[in-house]
Design a protein. Structure first.
Ligand code: AHR
Length: 518
């Protein structure tokens, strides 16, 4: 770097750059943010904003599918209210049918006349009997209604290579073939596009308890038969590690890196330290959960470093295809159904995690929060004919501005949020420029007690106006209920203005803010 350019940077950034790597960059009081709009980074794939729907509890049945004869308004069996709400957040891809369910699922049970489909027992999730009324045709119909890309997860744990091969042919073969003909007999003439295919799920656990060496060989074999039929190009995704199991990543990249387009990664940040309740918790639990969520930064950085050793060109995408909070189920509900409420705390987890993915957009190409409706960190909850949008939904809506936008590098100097003897950075941020040239900055103030001032320096763009929206509430535990569905929702943000070098803003305590700079 030329000496001249050092002088053109604000003094505090020079100080940050000179700090030893890994040292926390904390400052008192004010947050300083330097955005390099003149040094655009990679595209933030819209697929980072992907979702996951498993045959689990009331996600598929009731949450998405009610059947054509239901009194709940539906279009060919899909709930109209849920589909309309999901279209607003432009969900880019949807993973299905699991999860652990995927390695028990035999797709041929879910095609043909519904009344003739065999029942199966959902051994992982409550041991309930599943009638298979929602199968391949229904899932792909749902994706068409949503305008989203299907991401199918195949069965390696208990399925055969031929079964996986035939499934891909059934869905994507346009010409004449045994599987395409069977699809036509079942009422669908035109082949579907299936751009994403997962070769097994959690094969280190519920998907077969395999070693990485064994799975790498299995992956190579199964993935060979996941064919591109006609104009359909499949992005093959290998099962990645269980959180911090870096050895799994290393073995997979070394032995099967060349056969994959994507490698998954699962990380659930969990719940509080003293209370596991989604809604009844104190500051200790707030702090603990946000600190666990921030570990996603370490996880994607170290996983990315390992991937770089085998794939310097970053050809293989990191696909964080399961992530989110995992609280105790709501009292009185089936423990196997993983139904949990969703508070402002979950919204902060979503906001800071999506900021991390954005900042790692050079390697992170997809992420899928678990799960879409009524399960874990859902964006939508339903109760028969009623539906509500969770605080996490609102974060996804606010962050749509980043879909396929260009990442802008940023440097952040933030005070710490301390709790007892422990501390975490109080603010998380990411920035991008959209196709119309507007810069968007998303900011999360993790401190539940103090607002924070932000001074934003923008190199390479002049800011004339700043608009914003904010998601916050008086209480950490604030959440939406079927009786009061609008307790937590975004509103106009008036505490930001254009400044000489960029903008200034005051973020309320415990808030997620999106700014639009023009
Ligand atoms: O999302 C719930 C479960 O968590 C999934 O089925 C599994 O893949 C993971 O362990």
């Amino acid at each position: 770097m030329k000496l001249r350019s050092w002088f053109s940077l604000p003094v505090w950034i020079v100080a940050c750059v000179l700090l030893p790597a890994g040292r926390s960059v904390s400052g008192a009081g004010t947050v300083r943010l330097a955005i390099e709009a003149d040094k655009p980074g990679p595209t933030i794939s819209r697929h980072i904003y992907g979702h996951f729907s498993e045959h689990l509890g009331r996600c598929i049945y009731e949450g998405l599918w009610v059947g054509p004869d239901s009194p709940i308004p539906n279009t060919r069996g899909m709930r109209n209210d849920v589909v309309a709400a999901l279209k607003k957040i432009r969900i880019p891809n949807l993973r299905w049918p699991g999860g652990c369910f995927a390695d028990e699922y035999h797709w041929m049970d879910g095609i043909g006349p519904q009344e003739k489909r065999p029942s199966i027992v959902n051994v992982h999730w409550g041991g309930v009997t599943e009638n298979n009324h929602f199968g391949t045709h229904e899932f792909l119909e749902l994706c068409e209604q949503l305008g989203t890309d299907p991401y199918i997860c195949g069965n390696v744990g208990s399925g055969e290579v031929r079964e996986m091969r035939d499934w891909v042919e059934y869905m994507t073969m346009d010409g004449v073939s045994p599987m395409a003909d069977l699809r036509r007999m079942n009422g669908r003439d035109k082949a579907w596009k299936v751009p994403f295919f997962g070769v097994g799920n959690e094969n280190w656990g519920c998907g077969g308890n395999m070693t990485p060496e064994f799975y790498a060989d299995q992956y190579r074999r199964y993935a060979t038969f996941v064919r591109d039929f006609g104009g359909n190009h499949v992005y093959r995704i290998a099962c990645g590690s269980n959180g911090f199991d870096y050895r799994w990543t290393e073995v997979l990249m070394e032995r099967a890196g060349r056969q994959m387009q994507g490698l998954s990664l699962h990380y659930y940040c969990g719940t509080g330290r003293k209370s596991r309740s989604a809604t009844k918790f104190e500051e200790d639990d707030w702090f603990h959960l946000l600190r666990s969520a921030l570990r996603m930064e370490e996880l994607v950085t170290r996983t990315g470093d390992i991937m770089d050793r085998f794939d310097r060109e970053k050809r293989v995408g990191m696909m964080v295809d399961e992530w989110g909070t995992w609280h105790e189920v709501e009292p009185g509900t089936n423990p196997g159904f993983l139904y949990q409420q969703n508070t402002l705390r979950d919204a902060l987890v979503a906001g800071l995690t999506l900021n991390i993915f954005n900042r790692h957009a050079d390697r992170v190409r997809m992420a899928n929060i678990a799960q879409l409706v009524n399960v874990l960190q859902a964006v939508i909850l339903t109760d028969k004919e009623k539906m509500l949008l969770t605080p996490t939904y609102h974060v996804y809506e606010m962050y749509t501005v980043h879909h396929d936008a260009t990442l802008l590098p940023l440097t952040l100097l933030t005070p710490d949020y301390a709790f007892g003897n422990e501390k975490i950075p109080s603010v998380s941020a990411s920035a991008s420029r959209d196709k119309a040239g507007r810069v968007h900055v998303t900011l999360c103030n993790l401190d539940p007690n103090h607002p924070v001032d932000v001074v934003g320096d923008i190199a390479g763009a002049t800011v004339k106006t700043v608009r914003g929206r904010v998601l916050t509430a008086p209480a950490m535990q604030a959440h939406n209920t079927f009786e009061q569905p609008e307790t937590v929702k975004p509103v106009e943000f008036g505490d930001a203005k254009a400044g000489e070098r960029g903008f200034t803003a005051t973020l309320p305590a415990k808030s997620v803010v999106v700014l639009e700079l023009e």
